[in-house]
Design a protein around this ligand. Structure first.
Ligand SMILES: [Mg+2]
Length: 254
C-alpha cells in the first residue's frame, strides 16, 4: 500500500453517519495527521460554509480547519472564475453557496444573471425558479453544484439539488454543467490550490457512483469503504475497480 501525501475523504457514510462519527475514520484521520499527511474533506453539500462544516466535524471529535474543506460551492465559484472571470450570478442556494460565490468575487443578482447557479435551497419558491429558467433560456451559463437528485433523511429520500436543476433543464431544454462528484472539479481545485500531484492523492469514499467515479475520472487512487451507500459485494458489477476495498477504515495498515 502506497504512502499518500494527501487524503481526500468523503463525509457522510465515510467519516460520519448523520450526526455520529465513524470511530475507525476518526482514528485513521488522527494517525494520518500525526504522520504529517494532508487531510481534506470533499463534499457535494453546497449549503454549509467550510467553517460551519468544520464546526460540525469538531463537534464529533474530528479536528478540521475550514481550509481543508472542499465543497461543491467552492469548486463552482472557482470554476466560473477560471472559465469566465467575475460574473453576475443568479443563485439558487443557501449560505455556503453565497459565501463561496462572493468570496471568489462574483456578484449575486436576482434576475438577468450571466450565470445561473443551482445549489440546494430549502426555501425555494416559484418566482426564483421562473427567473432562473428565463435567464438560462436567454443564454446564461447554467451550473448545478451537484447532480444528486435525492438525499436520505430520517423521513426517507427528499429532493436534492439535482431535482431542481432537472426542473430548470426540463423547462429550458438546457443541460447544466455539474460540478460536484462524480465530476472532478473539487479534486482539481484541491490539487491546484495545494500544489498536489495526482500520484500524491487518494480519495476515500463509500459511494461508488459519486466518490469512486470522481477519483477514477480525475486519475487518482481510490479507497472504497463499506460503511455507507455502495456495498463491497456490489463493486464487482462495475467495470473499473477502486484501488482498495476495505470493510472499515480500521483495515488500513497503520
Ligand atoms: Mg458518502
Amino acid at each position: 500500500m502506497k504512502d499518500y501525501k494527501a487524503w481526500c475523504f468523503d463525509l457522510d457514510g465515510t467519516v460520519y453517519r448523520g450526526e455520529s462519527p465513524i470511530a475507525e475514520a476518526v482514528e485513521l484521520i488522527g494517525w494520518l495527521r500525526k504522520e504529517g499527511n494532508r487531510v481534506f474533506f470533499v463534499t457535494n453539500n453546497s449549503a454549509l460554509t467550510p467553517s460551519r462544516q468544520a464546526d460540525k466535524l469538531e463537534r464529533m471529535g474530528i479536528v478540521a480547519s475550514p481550509e481543508e474543506i472542499m465543497t461543491s460551492s467552492l469548486a463552482t465559484a472557482g470554476f466560473l472564475l477560471e472559465q469566465h472571470g467575475r460574473m453576475d450570478v443568479e443563485m439558487i442556494g443557501e449560505e455556503g453557496l453565497r459565501e463561496a460565490l462572493e468570496g471568489a468575487g462574483h456578484r449575486i443578482v436576482t434576475e438577468g444573471g450571466e450565470a445561473v447557479v443551482v445549489g440546494i435551497d430549502r426555501q425555494i419558491g416559484y418566482e426564483r425558479l421562473a427567473s432562473a429558467c428565463l435567464s438560462v433560456s436567454a443564454g446564461a451559463r447554467f451550473i448545478a453544484t451537484n447532480g444528486d437528485r435525492a438525499f436520505p433523511t430520517e423521513r426517507g429520500f427528499v429532493p436534492g439539488n439535482g431535482a431542481f436543476a432537472g426542473l430548470i433543464e426540463s423547462t429550458t431544454g438546457v443541460r447544466p454543467t455539474v460540478i460536484g462528484k462524480p465530476e472532478v472539479h473539487m479534486l482539481a481545485e484541491i490539487s491546484s490550490r495545494h500544489d498536489l500531484r495526482k500520484e500524491e492523492m487518494i480519495l476515500v469514499g463509500d459511494n461508488y457512483e459519486t466518490d469512486i467515479r470522481a477519483g477514477l475520472r480525475f486519475g487518482i487512487d481510490t479507497l472504497h469503504v463499506d460503511t455507507g451507500v455502495t456495498r463491497t459485494a456490489d463493486l464487482a458489477g462495475f467495470n473499473e475497480q477502486p484501488t482498495y476495498q476495505l470493510s472499515t477504515l480500521a483495515d488500513w495498515p497503520f
